[in-house]
Design a binder for this molecule. Structure first.
Ligand code: ADP
Ligand code: ASP
Ligand code: MG
Length: 432
């Protein structure tokens, strides 16, 4: 596949298949694990096939990374993947045991055993193929496969991880390979919040739950900091038409459906706001504006495996300055890569600023409404918040602000677009 290859049709045309993914908090202790197992059993008792994907328990992945950092300050990416992947192996075994205790036959599987092949990029591998034979075999035997999220095997047999939060991607990739949509199934993402909100409810208490959101909007929000879904999971969902239902793992309520279109998507200007809290800005000043200069710089940055956020270039005659933002965690590597480029060019200065945040608003309706940007800038201006950089696309507006203003800026943007009323309006069919 580009990522999930077209695979054979489902086993039993009369039964729907649900992929149910449980996040770290949801499997954080034995009591929660038992509740998740009950949820799986309930779906099966309704007469559906179920495939389960689980994350590592609670903060296990963070703890494993800290452990590695106590052993060495620069753990190799390969060994880090080997270590991090153990977290999910603990939880699949426990969830399988909890299912067996309820009388549901279950088989725990690593990502590789479940058929997930990735490229070889440790720490941020991409799924390149999903072979569903093993899953089909387990299902045909009446068993529930319980699969480690976040991990796969590269084509040369190396264990890889998919990037933090990557269990969502495992779930949606399996759901795509199993064609869950064909028989009324879905990919259910069970988490510690009851759906996708107009902003992170921990940051903006007035945020409201959306009944539905388009893949395009969810992808943009995820890329801009809404951690509730892993961006690559949303991409898989969109590409293979997988209905994704984000729900609370410990409560029965309906959550948020991520789907192709929502009835009000053209009418509502903004559906959500997001915050990236810890950005740094890297500036290469007074460098020659030669053809190929930008290519050379960003090739070096890409080779170092650094994910670049927004890029801005300003020209002064034959010279240029280029700035780009990166996550704080990338700053050490980016400093090395950018310094090497300046050494090669033989001129220019490198400046790195830290302590920045990016606040963004997203909505497909922006395509057909004017005045969205001005409304956001005005609201931030009236609150006395300076904006250091602005980037826009057809469906988003982002402003870089000082980190100390980040939390207030997202609350202000949220208010400026009346997002505290959007959840109720969507539910009543009056959004827009
Ligand atoms: P899991 O461990 O289940 O994968 P995550 O911590 O990755 O859970 O994602 C759930 C968290 O995402 C929520 O607790 C919430 O604080 C955060 N979040 C960020 N943005 C949003 C949003 N727009 N809607 C809902 N939750 C959000
Ligand atoms: N356990 C991994 C993480 O903490 C993957 C996930 O939770 O989705 O990032
Ligand atoms: Mg997550």
């Amino acid at each position: 596949m580009a990522e999930a290859s077209p695979l054979e049709p489902c086993r039993d045309a009369t039964m729907a298949t649900f992929v149910q993914k449980f996040g770290g908090t949801s499997v954080g202790d034995p009591t929660r694990i038992a509740r998740c197992a009950a949820r799986v059993k309930a779906r099966r008792d309704e007469g559906h096939h179920v495939v389960v994907v689980v994350s590592a328990m609670g903060h296990t992945t963070d703890e494993l990374i800290e452990l590695a950092e106590r052993v060495t300050d620069k753990p190799s990416r390969r060994e880090l993947d080997m270590l991090m992947a153990t977290g999910e192996q603990v939880s699949v075994a426990l969830v399988a045991m909890a299912l067996e205790r309820l009388g549901v036959p279950a088989t725990s599987l690593t990502g590789g055993q479940a058929g997930i092949t990735t490229d070889g990029a440790y720490g941020r591998a991409r799924v390149t193929r999903v072979a569903r034979e093993r899953l089909d075999r387990e299902i045909a035997l009446g068993r529930v496969p319980v699969v480690c999220g976040f991990q796969g095997l590269s084509s040369d047999g190396e264990l890889t991880t998919l990037g933090r939060g990557g269990s969502d991607t495992t779930a949606v990739a399996l759901a795509a390979a199993l064609h869950v949509a064909e028989h009324g199934g879905a990919c259910e993402i069970f988490t510690d919040v009851d759906g996708v909100y107009t902003a992170d409810p921990r940051l903006v208490p007035k945020a409201t739950k959306l009944a539905r959101i388009s893949y395009e909007e969810m992808l943009e929000l995820a890329l801009l900091g809404a951690q509730v879904m892993h961006p690559r999971a949303v991409l898989f969902g969109e590409r293979y038409g997988v209905p994704i239902h984000v729900r609370h793992s410990q409560r029965p309520d309906e959550g948020t459906l991520i789907c192709r279109e929502t009835p009000d998507m053209e009418d509502v200007m903004v559906v959500g706001a997001a915050l990236k809290p810890d950005l740094g800005r890297v500036s290469l000043r007074r460098i020659p504006n030669n053809p190929g200069m930008q290519g050379m710089l960003f090739e070096a940055v890409a080779k170092a495996g650094i994910l670049v956020d927004d890029i801005v270039q300003t020209e002064f005659g034959e010279m240029a300055s280029i700035s780009f933002t990166v996550d704080h965690s990338e700053l050490a590597d980016v400093k090395i890569a950018a310094s090497q480029v300046l050494d090669r060019v033989g001129t220019g200065e490198l400046a790195i600023e830290i302590g920045l945040s990016k606040v963004s608003v997203v909505g497909t309706g922006m395509k057909s409404h004017v005045g969205v940007a001005s409304r956001m800038f005005k609201a931030l201006g009236e609150a006395g918040i300076p904006i250091h950089n602005i980037t826009t696309s057809e469906i988003k507006i982002s402003c870089i602000v000082n980190k100390e203003h980040g939390a207030r800026a997202i609350a202000i943007a949220h208010d400026a677009f009346g997002l505290d009323k959007l959840g109720a309006a969507q539910a009543a069919g009056t959004a827009g």
